[in-house]
Ligand binder design. Structure first.
Ligand code: FES
Length: 612
């Protein structure tokens, strides 16, 4: 069994021979960037073999790594099979999950109205004259005569009652007993609200007595080893033996790690967590529940279910109170999931009478329009470009990612997350970079880089050596190799601009179709809400410059934070909110864009960066 030492993480992983370095790192809980599910096409899963087996580079490695990098031991982790003890250097990847985690949001003005209640009771002691069974005695004290009890829970009743002078606390949801506890534990009532994103999973621990979020934790969705987008994961689930189970295990493991972190941060005992709510896109909801998502991928994109699913935590292997309940909120359609239900709930769109839209930009783009009390939703095949995938040096929003780019005093100025040397470009940086280069005149509205040979007068002298030929056209060097963290130029390529155009065109066109269907125009929009961590960080001026958003005054565009996660928190803290969430799929009209003959024309019109 080869032993791998990863540096600088200082992690030792023992693994069987013959698996890829990417998989070995994953088994050791180490994250390696990559978005092609190990096909060797994205070139992002770089690692360096410091000591150990060095074999001939594969074709994919020759394509993505320079001769000097190959010579220095750099490899693509998905291409390297492990057969010997080795020391591997992995570029540090500190996640910037904190960008998506906040203690406020969703529940601050809610009245605590949890589904789980706790009641402290002292039972009458049995006598020869009163020989009622313990369970009947408990039912009497609770005033509930149809109490459903799990035999597992029932087995501990007799001794617990007697050891505690018949004073116990019952944790209940309507007529189901979740837990019977010694003494008065009514002060300890907790739940966890999850937002299961394709890229990031966030969990919030909520004190259900006060409807307060007391801790938040997050992790990368480890399913990403099977691909950055939902289609790759559906393919893995449907075509690989045990694929569905592997995907479910990954997400449940990550959820359990988050639960562990939350409990450690707060000192809350695992058994005092009685309920979980979760939201996610429809694919994530199927994979979390272990339900075959195969038929979501081909038209007509049919999910196995839309309604909310409620199961026991134990059945999913989630480490809260074993009798605790897990509710995954309902989906709206194959590509509009319960995360959109969460967004509608958190932004109150179902209660508004004006015209407003919410855009949740993540790995997929989901759009909702509210107009005069009517709700419509659609999803756009925006692709994961805004999460850094399909972009040459794209990366998630993590340390070293370029997050803002400005054109100021005739210079391109940029800032990275944590202000460390740049190692790539995240979604907000990508939009900013395109907007800045448009302003600088280096990119034409059509999306093409200016050709410095054809139009030398359009390229200021100090930019000439930064605009150079690359694959498929010109590329602009944002950070030269000497100043980057990776030792290579950080560039924005012509291909990156095309990916961005496709993504932003799809979102804009989706919104236009919703408006058209409602008989409205973009000027009728009273507000556009940008949901998701990305919405918080994208600069509206840049989004307007590249034509991602309708041309509205900037004050009509608002970032609403992680609204999907806020919706999950609200549904956990308040039964009234949960009922509202459960009823939303029936109230939202879903538009399937792929069947719209007008979509293609609107999409093509939306591709240029600026309207001429
Ligand atoms: S090239 Fe290895 S994950 Fe994409």
């Amino acid at each position: 069994m080869p032993t791998l030492k990863f540096i600088p993480q200082n992690k030792i992983v023992e693994t069987e021979a013959g698996i890829s370095l990417l998989e070995a790192a994953d088994r050791g809980g180490l994250y390696i960037e990559g978005d092609c599910a190990g096909k060797g096409t994205c070139g992002k899963c770089r690692a360096r073999i410091v000591q150990g087996e060095k074999t001939e580079p594969t074709e994919a490695e020759k394509k993505h790594l320079t001769a000097a990098e190959l010579e220095a031991g750099w490899v693509l982790a998905c291409q390297r099979l492990i057969n010997q003890n080795s020391t591997i250097e992995l570029p540090l990847q500190k996640d910037a999950h904190t960008r998506k985690t906040t203690l406020s949001g969703g529940v601050e003005n809610l009245e605590a109205e949890p589904a789980v209640k706790k009641v402290f009771v002292t039972l009458n002691r049995p006598t020869v004259q009163d020989q009622k069974a313990d369970l009947e005695r408990l039912q009497d004290a609770l005033g509930c005569h149809e109490l459903q009890v799990n035999p597992r829970e029932l087995s501990s009743f007799p001794s617990m009652l007697r050891k505690n002078n018949y004073s116990v606390t019952a944790a209940l949801t309507s007529n189901r007993l979740l837990s019977l506890e010694p003494g008065d534990t009514t002060a300890h009532l907790y739940g966890i609200a999850f937002d299961i994103g394709t890229t990031t999973i966030v969990g919030s621990l909520i004190d259900l007595n006060s409807a307060t979020v007391i801790a938040v934790a997050a992790a990368t969705n480890p399913q990403n080893i099977y691909g950055a987008d939902v289609i790759s994961r559906i393919t893995h689930a449907s075509q690989v033996k045990e694929g569905l189970k592997q995907l479910q295990d990954k997400v449940i493991d990550a959820a359990n790690q988050i639960i562990k972190d939350l409990l450690k941060k707060t000192g809350v005992a695992r058994d005092r967590v009685y309920e979980i709510t979760a939201v996610g896109n429809t694919t994530m909801s199927h994979l979390f529940m272990g339900i075959d998502p195969t038929y979501l991928a081909p038209a007509p994109f049919i999910p196995a279910y839309r309604r909310a699913l409620e199961v026991e935590a134990l059945s999913l292997g989630l480490n809260i109170n074993p009798s605790g309940r897990v509710t995954f909120l309902p989906n709206i359609a194959g590509y509009v999931g319960s995360d959109t239900v969460g967004v509608i709930l958190a932004t109150n769109m179902d209660q508004r009478q004006d015209v407003c839209a919410a855009i949740d930009i993540g790995t997929n783009g989901e759009l909702v329009l509210a107009a005069g009390g009517k709700l419509m939703a659609c999803s756009t095949a925006a692709g994961p470009a805004f999460e850094g995938a399909q972009i040459k040096q794209g990366m998630r929003a993590a340390t070293g990612a370029i997050e803002t780019v400005d054109y100021r005093d005739q210079q391109i100025c940029l800032r990275t997350i944590d202000e460390t040397p740049a190692c790539g470009l995240c979604g907000s940086g990508l939009i900013d970079a395109a907007a800045a280069l448009l302003e600088a005149g280096l990119v034409e509205p059509s999306g093409r880089f200016v050709n410095p040979e054809e139009n030398p007068e359009n390229v200021p002298k100090h930019f000439r050596d930064r605009l150079c030929p690359g694959q498929g056209g010109y590329q602009f060097i944002l950070v030269p190799a000497a100043e980057s963290a990776t030792g290579e130029d950080i560039v924005l390529t012509q291909g990156d601009l095309r990916e961005l155009q496709l993504a932003k065109g799809a979102i804009y066109a989706g919104l236009m179709i919703l408006l058209k269907e409602a008989g409205l125009e973009e000027k009728d929009l009273n507000q556009v809400m940008l949901a998701g961590a990305f919405g918080n960080y994208v600069r509206k001026e840049s989004a307007l410059t590249i034509g991602l958003l309708p041309q509205l005054p900037p004050e009509k565009i608002t970032a609403v934070g992680n609204a999907a996660g806020d919706g999950s928190r609200m549904a956990l803290a308040s039964l009234t909110m949960r009922q509202r969430a459960l009823s939303l799929p029936q109230k939202v009209e879903h538009l399937e864009l792929s069947t719209r003959p007008d979509f293609q024309d609107i999409f093509v019109e939306a591709l240029p960066f600026k309207k001429n």
